[in-house]
Design a protein around this ligand. Structure first.
Ligand SMILES: *Cc1c(COP(=O)(O)O)cnc(C)c1O
Length: 396
C-alpha cells in the first residue's frame, strides 16, 4: 500500500464502508482519468455507469457553472425553470406522464415503493402492499430499498427489514405467476440486472411479466437506474423489449455525475402522490436539473445512443473472440455498453492486473467482469483493453 497522505487521512476518518483501490484520482477528461502520480487510465467503470458523457465534459461544466452563478437552491416550495424543463423532456421521451425528483437511485426507488403502496391505499385496497422483486436484484441501501434487494449479503445485519417483500427468481415467469396474490401491489425489477451479474431477460420474459401484472392489476416497476439514459443502446432498456412499465426509476447517468434520482409514472398512478405525500428538500434543484438537461441535449446532439449501440456490438464481438480463445471465459453477457464477461475463476486479480496496465474495470458477483465505460468510448480504446485482457487471460 503506497504511503499517500490522502489515503491515510481517508482511512482514518471516513466510515470504512468501502474497500478502495489504492489510487487517488485528481483529473479526468473524456474516458481518461489521471491519478495523483500522473498515471493515465482508460475508464471502463465511469463512476459505476454514471459518467456517460465522459469526465469533466466542458459543456456540462459550463451549464452548471452558469446556473451556480444565477441560482443554486430555493426548495420545492417554489417553481424553477430547469426542473420543469427536465420533467417535460423525460415525460416526452418515455411512457411516463409525471416525474418526482430525488437525489439518488435509492431515493428514486423509495419513491416508487411509496407510490405503489399509496396507489392501492387510495383505492381502498389497504391490504395490497406487497412487492415482488427478483433474486440477485439490487435496488439500493436505504432500509426500504435494501428490503427490496434480493441479495442476502445486503440485508444481513439490518433486520428487521421492511414487511411485504418477496423475491422471485429472475427469468422465471411461472414461479412469478404462483407468487402474485391479491396482496401484491407491484412487481419491481431491473430489465437487465447490473450488480446481480449483468443478467439480461430471456426472450419473452418481460412481456410475460407485463401480462401477469395486467391480469392481476399489480403495477410494474422498472428500475432503470443503471440501464437508463442510453446505456443499453436505447434511451431506456425497456424500449428493446416492447414492454412499458407503470413506474420507472432513473439516477446514475442522468446528470453525468451530479447526484439526482427520478421516479417516473403514468398519470393515473402518479395521481396517488397528492400534496404533502412525498417530498425532498434538494430534489430536482436548479443546478442538478441544469446538468441533466445538458446531458439530454448532448445525448441527442452527439447521437450518443447510436454510438453506444455500435460500440456495444463491437465490444461484444471482441469479448466473444476472447471466449473462443480462452477456456476460463464462460460467457459474454449484456446489451449496449453494459457488458459482462463471466469467468470460471475469480475476477478480482484480473481487475487489479488491468489497473496496473492503465485500465479501470470492475467485477460483480466474484467472477463476472463488468464493462460500463462512458458511452463516448471509441473503438481503439476498446481494442487496447481487449489486448490487455488477452495478455492477462493468456497468463492464467
Ligand atoms: C446503483 C443502483 C441503485 C442505487 O443507486 P444509489 O444512487 O447508489 O442509491 C439502485 N438500483 C440499481 C439498478 C442500481 O444500479
Amino acid at each position: 500500500m503506497p504511503d499517500n497522505p490522502i489515503m491515510r487521512q481517508a482511512d482514518q476518518n471516513i466510515a470504512a464502508t468501502y474497500q478502495r483501490f489504492p489510487v487517488v484520482f485528481t483529473k479526468g477528461r473524456g474516458a481518461t482519468l489521471w491519478d495523483s502520480e500522473g498515471r493515465a487510465y482508460t475508464d471502463f467503470v465511469a463512476g459505476i455507469a454514471v459518467c456517460a458523457l465522459g469526465h469533466a465534459h466542458p459543456r456540462i461544466a459550463q451549464a452548471v457553472s452558469d446556473q451556480m452563478n444565477r441560482l443554486v437552491h430555493v426548495s420545492n416550495l417554489f417553481y424553477t425553470g430547469p426542473q420543469a424543463e427536465l420533467a417535460a423532456w423525460l415525460t416526452a421521451d418515455s411512457f411516463a406522464d409525471r416525474v418526482f425528483f430525488g437525489n439518488s437511485g435509492a431515493e428514486a426507488n423509495e419513491a416508487a415503493i411509496k407510490l405503489a403502496r399509496k396507489y392501492f391505499h387510495n383505492k381502498g385496497e389497504t391490504h395490497r402492499y406487497e412487492i415482488i422483486s427478483m433474486q440477485q436484484s439490487f435496488h439500493g441501501r436505504t432500509m426500504g430499498t435494501l428490503s427490496a434487494t434480493g441479495q442476502e449479503k445486503i440485508r444481513k445485519g439490518f433486520e428487521p427489514v421492511l414487511q411485504g417483500f418477496h423475491f422471485a427468481p429472475f427469468n422465471d415467469a411461472e414461479t412469478l405467476e404462483r407468487m402474485i396474490t391479491d396482496k401484491t401491489c407491484a412487481v419491481l425489477l431491473e430489465p437487465l440486472q447490473g450488480e446481480g451479474g449483468v443478467c439480461g431477460p430471456d426472450p419473452g420474459y418481460l412481456k410475460a411479466v407485463r401480462h401477469l401484472c395486467d391480469k392481476t392489476g399489480a403495477l410494474l416497476i422498472f428500475d432503470e437506474i443503471q440501464t437508463g439514459m442510453g446505456r443499453t443502446g436505447k434511451l431506456f432498456a425497456y424500449q428493446h423489449f416492447g414492454v412499458e412499465p407503470d413506474i420507472m426509476t432513473l439516477a446514475k447517468a442522468l446528470a453525468n455525475g451530479l447526484p439526482i434520482g427520478a421516479m417516473l409514472a403514468r398519470e393515473h398512478i402518479a395521481e396517488a402522490f397528492g400534496y404533502g405525500s412525498h417530498a425532498s428538500t434538494f430534489g430536482g434543484g436548479p443546478v442538478i436539473t441544469t446538468a441533466a438537461l445538458a446531458v439530454l441535449k448532448l445525448i441527442e446532439e452527439e447521437k450518443l445512443i447510436n454510438h453506444c449501440a455500435k460500440m456495444g456490438k463491437y465490444f461484444f464481438g471482441r469479448l466473444e473472440a476472447l471466449k473462443t480463445k480462452y477456456d476460463v471465459v464462460e460467457q459474454v453477457r449484456g446489451l449496449g455498453l453494459l457488458l459482462g464477461l463471466k469467468l470460471k475463476v475469480e475476477g478480482a486479480p484480473i481487475v487489479t492486473a488491468c489497473m496496473e496496465n492503465g485500465f479501470l474495470i470492475n467485477c460483480v458477483q466474484n467472477n463476472i467482469l463488468r464493462f460500463i465505460p462512458p458511452l463516448i468510448i471509441e473503438e481503439n480504446q476498446i481494442d487496447d483493453l481487449i489486448d490487455c485482457l488477452d495478455k492477462i487471460l493468456g497468463d492464467i
